[in-house]
Design a protein around this ligand. Structure first.
Ligand code: AKG
Length: 291
């Protein structure tokens, strides 16, 4: 795939238009652990995406007859909406996002594997620096997340931020609600990158090995983002329990790309749209998983 120059034209942001990934964005992801992807989606798509996520049953039941009263500061999160809502799936598998992903991965193809939203009300606590790798049933590295802002964000609202170069550490293992730097003090020297103001429709990319987190939301307003995640097409399922991946009848030792529930993409979008059908699938929302 040929990469574009450093000042790409981002005026047409429609889902059918390829995203012009630059050499600098590839370099940044592969060397610095993250990349800024401005102007990924247009505002119309962002609004529809937001509405579809908010209409879906959330991942964590916030309150109910046998639950404590709702915490107004709790994270609101929706997972697997692309396995329930055709519009969310069409965005995740669009030419726009697929072209960005394969360009960033420097691969010919990829597999869309998960969506999860992170809506943090004003006052919501920080999400400590962590790696996602240890939560997931993948045999290899190479999963990229597109973290997309669904509202304009000030730095005080806590856009996602990263420890520069941290993916080069390899797997670090700690899966607790605790800053991973407690266990690996040398990481205190890593520069913090990202976390700057973003416009709705802007995105950032990171690896599953990138240490990432977000500060407390000091406002103004709810910080709303959705993460779409993509793996390499040679990734094999290892059987690790996870509320999302447990649902698809995956067999340990087999590739995700050979399971019909996971869309196979190239730079143009879905490779075989006739294989992609969620109409008869029932998705169960879970309560646990990564932060
Ligand atoms: O949105 C956040 O603050 C956390 C996001 C996150 O942990 C992720 O995308 O893996």
């Amino acid at each position: 795939m040929s990469l574009t120059d450093e000042r790409p034209d981002l005026s047409d942001r429609s889902l059918d238009t390829a995203y012009p990934i630059t050499g600098e964005q590839v370099r940044s992801l592969h060397q610095d652990s993250w990349a800024s992807i401005p102007g990924l989606l247009d505002l119309d798509t962002v609004e529809k995406l937001r509405d579809a996520l908010l209409a879906a049953e959330p991942r964590t039941t916030i309150s109910g007859p046998d639950k404590p009263p709702a915490d107004p500061n709790a994270l609101l999160s929706h997972e697997g909406v692309a396995w329930r809502d055709p519009f969310v799936r069409s965005v995740a598998t669009s030419r726009r996002l697929s072209s960005a992903v394969v360009g960033l991965l420097e691969q010919l193809d990829a597999v869309f594997c998960q969506d999860i939203s992170f809506f943090k009300p004003e006052g919501a606590r920080a999400i400590p620096y962590h790696q996602d790798y240890s939560y997931w049933p993948f045999d290899r590295k190479g999963c990229v997340t597109l973290w997309i802002a669904l509202v304009d964000m000030t730095p005080e609202m806590g856009p996602l931020r990263y420890l520069k170069g941290s993916h080069l550490e390899g797997p670090l293992g700690l899966i607790e609600q605790r800053d991973i730097r407690d266990a690996y003090p040398h990481l205190a020297d890593n520069e913090i990158v990202g976390g700057k103001a973003m416009k709705a429709g802007d995105a950032q990319a990171h690896w599953e090995l990138t240490l990432h987190g977000s500060r407390r939301n000091d406002g103004p307003g709810r910080r709303e983002a959705v993460a779409f995640r993509y793996i390499r097409s040679d990734t094999i399922y290892i059987g690790l329990t996870h509320p999302h991946y447990d649902q698809f009848g995956l067999a340990p030792g087999k590739r995700f790309v050979d399971n019909d529930h996971f869309p196979h993409l190239n730079a143009e979008g879905l490779i075989d749209p006739s294989r992609d059908d969620i109409s008869s699938f029932t998705y169960e929302t879970g309560d646990a998983g990564e932060p």
